[in-house]
Design a protein around this ligand. Structure first.
Ligand code: PMP
Length: 286
């Protein structure tokens, strides 16, 4: 396999970054994960909109035009034999001369790293036979700008590890009695046929998959509300779903060890999963 680092493609073991890189010292960087199916980038413009926004919010200069980013992604996908893979793309503020919390002045060249990973077959690909996954709830211990896709993922990592230790797939996070999102996903519930997801805000990452699910619900007349979601509503939900670019829309069938609804992927999830798969296949020529 091949990765990209600062202008060159190479084998992963040949990629070298200085420990003086601010990505290493301060987790001072942002990232994106863009899925490709059949080698075709999925919702590329939406991912690039978010990448550009993350860079603006942390004042890192965007080193490439959108056309250059697209060419780099497509080149990397081709070098890794296409298929169903995700592109991970990270930009740090670059290598400083000394360790100082304040930015280097004048700015240094940002570090750009890209790699690909295979995408496992998502649950939504087989809506009628998919199994569900477990989730736990935890306090949201993260900072107040979770809308920025920052590489500072220590809280997310600690929370996901707690889920894994409990035999669950995800930790669903609560702030002041309200659901924010998962440690690496957005959250939806179904309550008496209505789909509910928390609104975009600084408390959550504006998920590309979340937005697509919202779009598909509108297109297909599935009732959806974007509003604050309480812990009690989560616990009493008929269905819980989590969404992310590489896992798509995943049914959660146990919460803290208790069954969600009937303890099986629900009928609203199945309907949405069928729409999701059709949409993906049409766009990517699968
Ligand atoms: N929230 C968090 C905290 C995430 O890390 C992710 C995925 N990286 C998501 C939500 C889902 O976003 P997307 O659908 O754009 O992958």
């Amino acid at each position: 396999s091949q990765v990209y680092l600062n202008g060159a493609f190479m084998a992963p073991q040949d990629a070298r970054i200085s420990p003086m890189d601010r990505g290493f010292l301060f987790a001072d960087g942002i990232y994106e994960v863009i899925p490709a199916y059949n080698g075709v980038l999925f919702r590329f413009d939406e991912h690039l909109d978010r990448l550009e926004r993350s860079l603006r919010e942390v004042q890192i200069i965007n080193p490439h035009s959108r056309a250059q980013w697209q060419a780099l992604c497509e080149d990397l996908i081709a070098r890794n034999n296409g298929g169903n893979i995700s592109v991970y793309l990270q930009i740090s503020r670059g290598m400083a001369e000394k360790r100082d919390h304040a930015f280097p002045d004048p700015p240094v060249v940002p570090t750009v790293f890209m790699m690909t990973s295979p995408i496992a077959v998502p649950a939504a690909d087989s809506p009628d036979t998919a199994r569900g996954y477990g989730a736990i709830t935890r306090d949201d211990i993260r900072w107040a700008r979770c809308d920025i896709k920052s590489v500072s993922l220590l809280p997310n990592s600690l929370l996901r590890q707690q889920a894994v230790a409990a035999g669950a797939a995800e930790a669903i996070l609560l702030r002041d009695g309200f659901v924010t999102e998962g440690s690496a996903s957005n959250v939806f519930i179904v309550q008496s046929g209505t789909i509910i997801t928390p609104p975009r805000s600084h408390a959550i990452l504006g998920g590309i998959t979340r937005d697509l699910v919202v779009e598909l619900c509108h297109q297909h007349g599935l009732p959806l509300e974007e509003r604050e979601l309480t812990e009690t509503e989560l616990r009493q939900a008929d269905e819980i779903w989590i969404t992310s670019s590489t896992k798509e829309v995943v049914p959660i069938t146990t919460l803290n060890g208790h069954p969600v609804g009937q303890g099986q992927p629900g009928p609203v999830w199945k309907a949405l999963a069928h729409h999701y798969v059709r949409h993906k296949r049409r766009l990517c020529g699968l």
